[in-house]
Design a protein around this ligand. Structure first.
Ligand SMILES: [Zn+2]
Length: 84
């Protein structure tokens, strides 16, 4: 019977941790329109139309909006087409 009590305890802890993590993500999402796939935050590269992890993104800030690119090549293309 002790084992069952442990399992319930672990399950409750897991639920609490999961709830805490998901509520934290929800707060982050209110500040952006980014898509999440498999827990990792995914963003769309507007140049090559590919979703990739935000962590590896290259950023360009243009008129107060941050744009994300998968590679230096895509960032260069964006900068060339938006140069005023
Ligand atoms: Zn790209």
């Amino acid at each position: 019977m002790r084992l069952i009590a442990y399992i319930i305890l672990i399950f409750l802890l897991y639920k609490i941790i999961k709830h805490y993590l998901s509520s934290e993500k929800r707060i982050k999402n209110t500040y952006s329109n980014d898509t999440q796939i498999g827990g990792e935050e995914m963003i769309l590269d507007e140049i090559c139309q590919t979703y990739f992890p935000k962590g590896s993104a290259l950023r360009v800030k243009n008129r107060g909006i941050v744009h994300y690119f998968c590679s230096e090549g895509c960032r260069e293309k964006y900068l060339t087409s938006h140069r005023s």
